[in-house]
Write a protein that binds this ligand. Structure first.
Ligand code: F6P
Length: 339
């Protein structure tokens, strides 16, 4: 079948916002215009598409946006896109505005909606946008780098006061189903324990024993990084304080991790992915997802991408443990026993 030459494209952001989404939007708008396309910005994700909250974009519409967090187009989680009526309405609006190609910046849920639009003849390309890094086909997602740096800096600050007061701190980071932010912070912040939704065994006694052991050996703080998916940080803190006698506080970092000015990496990678998405549409491609794998930007079939699974890195989990003072200390403790 002959590939369709695309003259008009749309861009939307969908699902949780992520720092760097604006860089991707800007890239789609300016690269699209540079390729002679008309570009529409669609507000509030698929919801805005159905409600015709759509604006034709000029290059100047994305001025002063690359350094901003959030998404200038706004975002939403749109339940209607899971219904045939919702898809039909989205297709109808695309036809009304002459939108032949659509760039969808978001996560797996957003790609599922995109795939349905592609089945109705709209060319679609997905761009991975989520702070959670939990899209299987790619080693990079827009926003993770900024979010993990934001969390790391916040945890450093909590650690300062934790040491001064000789407290245990449970710091909850984002990640409902994925522990990447927690794991990376575990390594970057030198946490004593990291609780990941993929692996946590709910053995609180093990945490308590670690704290008591560390305390006996003179450690002035104990940092536990807890992923949102494990949760219950406040009640965990109460139980740990009661069992260890060590003052224990819970800090939930929350949405501050999703905001803020994107890092250089998020700006550059998001810009590159936005341009690549436009190039794919210009080449007549559809049902693709832009990705970053093994040091290169590439793209996958959307269904292939959705069928992929991603395991949290075992080696990173292992080194997170071996670099924490617990493990080092238990070896030292063994030596002490020998003496
Ligand atoms: O964007 C990803 C994420 O931040 C997850 O870590 C979190 O579980 C979820 O979004 C929360 O999203 P919201 O509260 O905005 O629906």
């Amino acid at each position: 079948m002959a590939e369709k030459k695309i003259k008009t494209i749309g861009v939307l952001t969908s699902g949780g916002d992520a720092p760097g989404m604006n860089a991707a939007i800007r890239a789609v708008v300016r690269h699209g215009l540079a390729r002679g396309m008309n570009v529409y910005g669609i507000k509030r994700g698929y919801t805005g598409l159905m409600e015709e909250d759509i604006k034709e974009m000029k290059a100047s519409d994305v001025s002063d946006t690359i350094e901003k967090g959030g998404t200038v187009l706004g975002t939403a989680r749109c339940k209607e896109m899971r219904t045939p009526e919702g898809i039909a309405r989205a297709v109808e609006v695309c036809h009304k505005y002459g939108i032949e190609g659509l760039v969808v910046i978001g996560g797996d849920g957003s790609y599922r909606g995109a795939e349905k639009l592609a089945n109705e003849g709209i060319n679609v390309v997905g761009v991975p946008g989520t702070i959670d890094l939990d899209i299987a086909c790619t080693e990079y997602t827009i926003g993770f780098d900024t979010a993990v740096n934001t969390a790391m800096e916040a945890i450093d600050k909590v650690r300062d006061t934790s040491s001064s007061h000789e407290r245990c701190s449970i710091i909850e980071v984002m990640g409902r189903n994925a522990g990447y932010i927690a794991l990376w912070c575990g390594i970057a912040n030198g946490a004593e324990d990291v609780l990941l939704p993929e692996r946590y065994d709910y053995d609180e006694q093990k945490l308590i024993d670690n704290i008591i052991d560390n305390r006996r050996r003179g450690k002035t703080h104990h940092i536990i990084i807890n992923a949102e998916g494990v949760g219950h940080s406040a009640s965990m803190a109460r139980r740990i304080e009661a069992a260890t006698g060590m003052e224990t506080r819970a800090t939930i970092l929350g949405y501050m991790q999703r905001g803020g000015s994107p890092t250089c990496k998020d700006r550059v990678y998001a810009s590159t992915m936005g341009c690549l998405a436009v190039d794919l549409l210009a080449a007549g491609k559809t049902k693709r997802v832009v990705s970053y794998c093994k040091g290169e930007f590439c793209d996958f079939d959307i269904n292939e991408a959705l069928a992929m699974t991603k395991e949290i890195d075992n080696y990173q989990i292992e080194i997170c443990g071996s670099l924490s003072h617990n493990y080092y200390k238990s070896e030292a403790a063994l030596k002490d026993e020998e003496l």
